[in-house]
Design a protein around this ligand. Sequence first.
Ligand code: NAP
Ligand code: G4F
Length: 383
Amino acid sequence: MSKTALITGITGQDGAYLAEYLIKKGYIVHGIKRRSSLFNTDRIDHLYQAPTVENRNLILHYGDLTDSMNLTRIIGEVKPDEIYNLAAMSHVKVSFDTPEYTANADGLGTLRILEAVRLLELAKKTRIYQASTSELYGLVQEIPQKETTPFYPRSPYAVAKLYAYWITVNYREAYGMHASNGILFNHESPQRGETFVTRKVTRAVSRIALGMQKNIFLGNLSSKRDWGHAKDYVRAMYLILQQDQPDDYVIATGVTTTIRDFVSMAFSEIGATIEFRGSGVDEKGYLTGVERARFDTMVGGDYYEPFAARIGEVVVGVSKDYFRPTEVELLIGDSTKARTRLNWTPQYDLKGLCNDMMVSDIKLMKRETYLKDGGYRIMNYFE
Ligand code: NAP
Ligand code: G4F
């Protein structure tokens, strides 16, 4: 008998990778997606099966974490063996602009799922994974951060996720539910949302290499993140729900890197070197050189001359618009518990991750045509 999983947030980065992973394992996957005025299923289009297909292994339901009745109905109909609650307003900076909505979706949304499982008397059948986050550590109280490190959230997003973390623990203890938190450190991929810093950088560096954009503006270049690959991290989610006992696990690489160094890594993928000068909002990144062979391999010989002509120019700037009211300066995780108990080890290091993202974005950006009025549009995207 195939197992049945319900994924909230299936249209997001992690939801898409997890759906693919579970389908390959023989699961029947149900996903909750929000209604949108445009298609928002790009990341799962390769998995999509129309309702007319018999014996589908991917079934989508319209729903929203802010709608209890909808969630209760879907969970009651699907009766899943496993729920992966990945849906969230997941952008830390945006959470300062939409704090109430973030609390509702990210905090109360988790409660709605737990309570639906309890009221539907599925507590003994359905295992629940809650997408907790290293943002809980915020103003870090210990380096590196592990399961026992005290939390100190620094954004409306992190405070909402703090509620979600503890309500998951509480339902586990109060009702004996198999409910677990994965405390995942930042994880990225070619499918990462375009406004998170790594993807913003790999897209921009690709566009700069292709002559489609002059420079990129970022915020705090000095904060440090422990970045892994989303493909490795969805494997950890699955492993957490296969354990006999529910528990909470840190998932991290144990390596931390500044935003500034990630920018340099992305440029080095195309053979370019960058030198940062100045400080604070006056800091700038200058293009100082480019290795032709590497550039030609990664980007293409046709683009070399115009790019090399820019040596000495500014390609990275800083704008106060991208700073947060309160910042999380340093994240570095200790995932010993997951490595020993789940036998989880990441396959990608940061260089491999950065390469994967750059190769993908160069290919994607080559499909875009620059319009002289300053905008761009996607051409022949589906060709
Ligand atoms: P993501 O790409 O932003 O995806 C978020 C998903 O949630 C999307 O499918 C989104 O739908 C959906 N969603 C947002 N609000 C919703 C609502 N009210 N009702 C139903 N669905 C809603 O995020 P991700 O990177 O895959 O992260 C997955 C989860 O892990 C999130 O909970 C995030 O907070 C958490 N997390 C992420 C990281 C990381 O580094 N990626 C680390 C730790 C924890 P649309 O497509 O319609 O927007
Ligand atoms: O890429 P970010 O926006 O990710 P952040 O804030 O760490 O949050 C992500 O990881 C969390 C796990 O720790 C998840 F829970 C959360 O859902 C999300 O996936 O920013 C990373 C760092 C920050 O310090 C930010 O200030 O990059 C800095 N940064 C500098 N310039 C920037 C920029 N971030 C963004 N998004 N855009 C910039 O221009």
